[in-house]
Design a protein around this ligand. Structure first.
Ligand code: NCD
Ligand code: ZN
Ligand code: ZN
Length: 347
């Protein structure tokens, strides 16, 4: 059987929620990934170091016996974040970044930043204390077409941030456009981007052609084929600025299959398999290990993982539902076939 063994990977953009949903979803990630950058968009958001450390303990309580998994915590930036909290976060070994949500841009972003330019003193502090900022890079202007919101964010805000804070490490999260990969590739070396499996595998037809398919709806929304191809090229280029971040974002099935469905694709149960499918489709499986296991750690200044994980070329069907009897979540590619399977008995 064809197999592929790589260093244990890291998921540099992950939503695991809290309470019962956390307990239901975390095991999927802990089986595949050694570490993950944990998004702080809970309700209420994780805005202080103390809250992040408490959330970290809650996540650790959900790690299955025998799994070695480390959550890499982040704080949710608000207009009222004190400079001292930025200093404390930068000094804390468990906290790795701040996350900026433009207010209203995505799930649980109401407490985010309404005026990005007014947050410049906060960016200056992050630059000074050496803690990265992670961006949900979309404008929230209701006049702006939803397919143009990422491109607009780059023009209106990202360019200014990069120019004004030359030592600030920035991750442009879940890049979805040609404009984003071009910008990041051309920018200085401390600007990087994560790329999700759904944006590598699908274009916007997946949501809208032949019926409306809410499980393919996430933010930033899937774009045209031209953009998918640009993302594929970036992910497989061997450029260390582009690394794995699934943006696995679980919502209960009935909240996705809804007149006003939530944004987010739940990819955690088959995350590596989805990336393997994308890389294999471009004959670039040899580029998967660096993208999944080296470049993210290098960017965050973390040691690369020891240990390995093996994927087997073994066709299997993705389950229709994941979770528990009370918590039903539909995974990405539910009921469809995947060519690769992670061998979870391997360490
Ligand atoms: C994410 C979520 O549900 O938390 N949803 C999504 O569509 N990506 C939020 C986010 O990452 O923007
Ligand atoms: Zn986002
Ligand atoms: Zn996200």
């Amino acid at each position: 059987m064809k197999t592929l063994t790589i260093t244990r990977p890291d998921d540099m953009h992950l939503h695991v929620r809290n309470d019962a949903l956390l307990q239901a979803v975390l095991p999927y990630t802990a089986r595949q990934f050694a570490r993950a950058i944990i998004m702080p968009n809970l309700k209420p958001p994780v805005i202080t170091v103390a809250q992040a450390l408490a959330y970290r303990e809650e996540i650790l309580s959900a790690v299955p016996e025998g799994c070695d998994f480390t959550p890499l915590m982040t704080l949710y930036l608000t207009a009222a974040t004190p400079i001292n909290e930025i200093k404390l976060a930068a000094e804390n070994e468990h906290i790795h970044a701040f996350k900026l949500y433009p207010a209203g841009a995505t799930t649980h972003s109401d407490a985010g930043v309404a005026d990005i330019k007014a947050a410049y003193p906060l960016f200056a502090a992050m630059e000074q204390y050496g803690i990265p900022i992670l961006l949900h890079g979309e404008v929230t202007d209701p006049e702006c077409d939803i397919f143009d919101r990422e491109k607009e964010f780059i023009e209106r805000y990202l360019t200014g941030m990069v120019n004004n804070f030359p030592a600030l490490k920035i991750v442009f999260e879940h890049a979805t456009t040609q404009e984003a990969v071009d910008f990041v590739a051309a920018a200085r070396e401390n600007i990087a981007a994560t790329i999700t499996p759904q944006h590598l595998l699908y274009n916007r037809n997946a949501i809208l052609a032949g019926g409306i398919r809410p499980h393919y709806y996430c933010l930033p929304v899937l774009k045209r084929e031209q953009h998918r191809l640009a993302l594929m090229k970036a992910a497989m280029s061997g450029n260390p600025k582009f690394f794995l971040g699934t943006d696995s974002a679980p919502h209960l099935t009935h909240l996705k299959e809804n007149a006003c469905g939530c944004a987010g694709c739940f990819s955690a149960p088959v995350a590596l398999e989805l990336y393997a499918e994308a890389f294999e489709s471009a004959n670039a499986l040899d580029k998967l290990e660096a993208f999944a296991s080296h470049f993210g750690a290098d960017f965050y200044g973390l040691p690369r993982n020891s240990g390995s994980i093996t994927l087997q070329k073994q066709s299997h069907t993705v389950p229709q539902f994941c979770g528990t009897t009370d918590i039903s979540i539909t995974p990405l590619k539910a009921n469809e076939t995947l060519a690769w399977q992670v061998n979870t008995s391997d360490e």
